[in-house]
Design a protein around this ligand. Structure first.
Ligand SMILES: [Zn+2]
Length: 169
């Protein structure tokens, strides 16, 4: 009985997604509202509950988005996608992703809300290896971009050049 209702609920939702509707007719929520629910973006939330508690729901959603666990899941998900696109080995799990408070390279605080600059990114420590346990670290986006764009030798040459420029000024 419950299973059947769930299947109907999902069918109604799929139909709304196919039509591009924002709301679909699902099952009644725990508080007995009429069953109108939001499609994708708000992930099946009851329309009435949402309208009555918008501030609380959004605050909870933002807090969840900023939690280290959520960020780690996001990093894992994105890395998995990249690995499959590039044919890289991928054997890490959520437990391999340790979210530090500071970038291990710059020592500056990582910004949990950002996806660039001081935001988190998942580095493959040894570039020749895939996403395997022991080969991943969370560093700032900026440092990861720098690391990806040059070889060790190039970085050494760049460093020499920058030091020389410092002596000249
Ligand atoms: Zn409701």
């Amino acid at each position: 009985m419950v299973r059947k209702r769930k299947a109907e609920h999902e069918a109604s939702r799929d139909l709304a997604i196919a039509r591009g509707d924002e709301i679909y007719a699902g099952s009644r929520c725990r508080r007995g509202h009429d069953g109108r629910r939001y499609v994708q973006k708000l992930n099946g939330i009851c329309v009435t509950c949402y309208q009555e508690n918008q501030d609380i729901i959004m605050a909870r959603y933002r807090a969840r988005k900023a939690s280290p666990k959520f960020r780690a899941e996001k990093l894992l998900h994105r890395a998995k996608k990249r690995a499959s696109e590039n044919g890289r080995e991928f054997t890490i799990t959520i437990n391999d992703i340790i979210i530090p408070t500071h970038c291990p390279i710059t020592g500056r605080p990582l910004d949990i809300h950002s996806q660039e600059g001081e935001g988190f990114s998942l580095d493959r420590i040894d570039n020749s290896k895939g996403y395997v346990p022991g080969n991943v670290a969370v560093i700032s986006h900026r440092m990861n971009t720098l690391k990806c764009s040059a070889t060790v030798e190039e970085v050494e040459r760049l460093l020499d050049y920058m030091r020389m420029a410092e002596l000249l000024t």
